[in-house]
Write a protein that binds this ligand. Structure first.
Ligand SMILES: C[S@@+](CC[C@H](N)C(=O)[O-])C[C@H]1O[C@@H](n2cnc3c(N)ncnc32)[C@H](O)[C@@H]1O
Length: 291
């Protein structure tokens, strides 16, 4: 029998409750625990931006910080494969190519830990397992030549991964409402494996309210939303191609990662993938004053 860990993404909880960040458990399978909701959480946590993590609520994962060796990014990807989060070679290849350290602010904890990291402006770069989950869910809609929209692009990490997936014949658009984060994302991408795609114009990052989408390059085969919407914005549904897929966290205090498929006849099918905690998809003013 293997001993593993429930990775508890809410470091702030450790200070306020008996729940620790990494509680040892007995691991008998690698099935992800996607259906649990947090219990006994004081509402004061929701005032703390560090509470919003862009993570699944509970995730069985060993600490990445124990990883040593030269290529820690590769080791991070291998760990995600080991735990069944990454199942496809293409997703693994792309996450190996785009070094997460280039997108995590220097001076932070290890960029390869499976945890979100604050990036300023009450925002975070999501945890690696969340990026991997979204890439897996969208893989079929990120084939070479396809169009993808990344709302709340933040550091640009996932936008760069999308661009690597669809390649130079595709089109990837990041939309972020904090102009300073748009500049940061562009700087980060310029240092990354996706730099050529940015230079050649198949990848772009724009300042704007993501709730409106980005009609210029619609319709999109894939739409990813990196912040939790109270409800699915209609412009994003409108900009989804028939046969296209959107992955979006929906909710306020309790959030679900929704998978929205637009069927060939234009009808919509929605299912819940897992419980998550993301920063809100909101106005710039609300975000800057702390929601
Ligand atoms: C959890 S962060 C994720 C960032 C990105 N996926 C990453 O991992 O680097 C959510 C992002 O959504 C942005 N955001 C929130 N509301 C937005 C809106 N209405 N329009 C555009 N971006 C928004 C935030 O500024 C933040 O950068």
């Amino acid at each position: 029998m293997n001993v593993g860990y429930y990775y508890h993404p809410f470091s702030s909880l450790a200070h306020h409750s008996s729940v620790s960040c990494y509680a040892p458990i007995t691991r008998t399978s690698q099935t992800l625990l996607h259906h649990h909701r947090p219990v006994s959480i004081s509402f004061s946590f929701f005032q703390n931006p560090n509470f919003y993590t862009g993570n699944t609520i509970f995730f069985k994962m060993q600490r990445f910080c124990s990883v040593s060796g030269k290529n820690k990014n590769k080791a991070m990807v291998e760990r995600l494969q080991h735990f069944g989060v990454i199942m496809s070679n293409k997703v693994a290849e792309v996450m190996e190519t785009v070094d997460r350290a280039l997108f995590v602010p220097s001076g932070s904890a290890s960029p390869y830990d499976d945890s979100p990291v604050a990036i300023g402006y009450n925002a975070t770069i999501s945890a690696p397992h969340m990026h991997a989950t979204c890439l897996q869910l969208l893989e079929e809609n990120l084939q070479p030549g396809m169009h993808a929209l990344d709302i709340g692009s933040g550091t640009g990490y996932l936008t760069a991964c999308f661009a690597q997936m669809v390649g130079p014949q595709g089109r990837v658009v990041g939309v972020e409402h904090i102009p300073e984060l748009v500049s940061l994302a562009i700087e980060n991408i310029q240092k990354s494996a996706a730099a050529t795609l940015l230079k050649d114009g198949s990848l772009s990052v724009h300042a704007g309210d993501g709730r409106e989408g980005w009609p210029e390059f619609a319709p999109y085969d894939a739409i990813h939303v990196g912040a939790a919407a109270p409800e699915i914005p209609q412009p994003l549904i409108d900009q989804l191609k028939p046969g296209g897929r959107m992955v979006i966290p929906v909710g306020n205090i309790f959030q679900d990662l929704k998978v929205v498929d637009k069927n060939p006849d234009g009808s919509i099918s929605i299912r819940t993938e897992t419980s998550v905690r993301y920063v809100p998809l909101t106005s710039r003013e609300a975000q800057l004053r702390g929601y």
